[in-house]
Every structure is written in structure tokens, then in C-alpha cells.
Design a protein around this ligand. Structure first.
Ligand code: PEP
Length: 253
């Protein structure tokens, strides 16, 4: 069993409103009383970073940290619609998701672009949560290992010795938002592959890299996933929008 502190990250995706965010976050902050057990982060739409940052700051002693869902590969300039890492930092962001499958699929993000974004985040002291994962077709073709290793290799290649500062999220695309979850054994076997790849790249320090599982994790299946030796936390979509479910997953960790 890896001994790093677990991380539970909520990905709100494109959901929320000023009103519902306040209700959701306050319920999470009020219910979250065992602050030492694991780390927690909520990755919210960019327009709500300021709001959520203020709510977190107002809570006297919260472990909940603020995350973004994407960042620009560029530092600044003529990139209409994009948001730089230094802008995210001004709003208290300490984690950022990069290479989520929805960005790879709908915004055509390549392994190389994802690696540049991870490097950009690290350069500013923001922790990238690097998502990797295979599609249903790729799994059926026996390509799971090849795909996740290729996606992670691009990041390892670019960020070099800083690799120990990243968080990895294994998110099988076929399990995201579908209600289908990888079995604990399926997830563990891919996590072991990723751990071995990180060990080969970074040696001992790789042991402290957290590898999260994501894909329809919920209050009922969290425990069996989070007790696998190489599963160091979760990246949670749908269930992170319900305070009680998110808190139950945190409690499992
Ligand atoms: C995600 O979007 O990262 C995710 C894991 O979603 P869900 O939990 O809804 O499958």
C-alpha cells in the first residue's frame, strides 16, 4: 500500500450557478470535519474561481483547496478566451486538471499540448492533475497499457525531474459519466503500470506521486477502489456535485 496522503478531487465540469455553488460548497465545508485524513480539492468553472476562493478563505480551517479545470499553454498575449496560469494563481488556484478526456475529445488536445500545459502549471507552482485513459475501443483492442503509457510518457519527457510534483488521474474514458466503473482489479492493474512507468522515470520519489482513479466513482464504490494498493485518491465528476456523496467519498479516503 502506498503511504502518501490520499487526494479526493471534485471536477464540477460546466455545472453550477452563484446560488447553487454557495449551497454546495458550504455543505461540503460544514460537513468536512476530519481535516487531517486526506486532501480535498474542488475544480470549478473559471468564472466561479473568485466566488469559491472567497468561500474557502472565509471558512476558518478548511482543507478544501481550489482547482481549475484547464489552463492555457501560453503565458500571456493574443489568445482570446484563454486563461493563463498566473491568472489562475491570483484566484487561489493550487491544482489544475490537464488533459481531461473531454478536452482531448472535444477540443482536440494532443499528448504534446497536455504536456506543455502540465509544464506551464508546474512552472508556476500549481499542481497539474494529468488525466490519462483509454476509450472502450482501445480497451477492447487490448491497447489500454499502450495508450496510458503514451499519454504519460509525453508529460514525463517534457517535465523531466519535476515529474514527482504532478498528480496523475487514470480515467478510463468508457467509465466517465456513464455509470460504468472499472472494477477495483481493473483499475489497480492500470495504476500498477503507471506506477512502474513513474518509478522508471523518477526512481524513489515516484512513490509520492498520487495516482487517482476517476470514472463514475461514488459513495458506494469508493471504498473498494480506494483500498487498492496503487490508488491514491479519486477524481470525481457527477458525485462531486452532491455534498453528501462527495463527503462520503472523502470519508472513505
Ligand atoms: C470526470 O469527469 O473526471 C469524472 C470522473 O466524471 P464522473 O465521476 O462523472 O464519471
Amino acid at each position: 500500500m502506498n503511504s502518501v496522503k490520499k487526494l479526493i478531487a471534485g471536477n464540477w465540469k460546466m455545472n453550477g450557478s452563484l446560488e447553487s455553488n454557495t449551497t454546495l460548497l458550504k455543505s461540503i465545508l460544514d460537513g468536512d470535519t476530519r481535516a487531517d485524513a486526506c486532501d480535498a480539492v474542488v475544480c470549478v468553472p473559471s468564472v466561479y474561481l473568485s466566488q469559491i476562493n472567497s468561500l474557502i478563505q472565509d471558512a476558518a480551517s478548511s482543507r478544501v483547496r481550489l482547482g481549475a479545470q484547464d489552463l492555457s499553454a501560453h503565458e500571456k498575449g493574443a489568445y482570446t478566451g484563454e486563461i493563463s496560469v498566473s491568472m489562475l494563481k491570483e484566484f487561489g488556484v493550487s491544482f489544475v486538471i490537464v488533459g481531461h478526456s473531454e478536452r482531448r475529445q472535444f477540443h482536440h488536445e494532443t499528448d504534446q499540448l497536455v504536456a506543455i500545459k502540465a509544464e506551464r502549471a508546474l512552472g508556476a507552482g500549481v499542481t497539474p492533475i494529468v488525466c490519462v485513459g483509454e476509450t472502450q475501443e482501445e480497451r477492447e483492442a487490448g491497447l489500454t497499457e499502450v495508450i496510458v503509457k503514451r499519454q504519460l510518457a509525453a508529460v514525463i519527457h517534457l517535465v523531466g525531474h519535476c515529474i514527482s510534483e504532478i498528480v496523475v488521474a487514470y480515467e478510463p474514458v468508457w467509465a466517465i459519466g456513464t455509470g460504468l466503473t472499472a472494477t477495483p482489479e481493473q483499475a489497480q492493474s492500470v495504476h500498477a503500470v503507471l506506477r512502474a512507468q513513474l518509478n522508471a522515470a523518477a526512481g524513489d520519489v515516484a512513490q509520492r506521486i498520487r495516482i487517482l482513479y476517476g470514472g463514475s466513482m461514488n459513495a458506494s464504490n469508493a471504498k473498494s477502489l480506494l483500498t487498492q494498493p496503487d490508488i491514491d485518491g479519486g477524481l470525481i465528476g457527477g458525485a462531486s456535485l452532491k455534498a453528501l456523496d462527495f463527503l462520503s467519498i472523502i470519508a472513505c479516503a
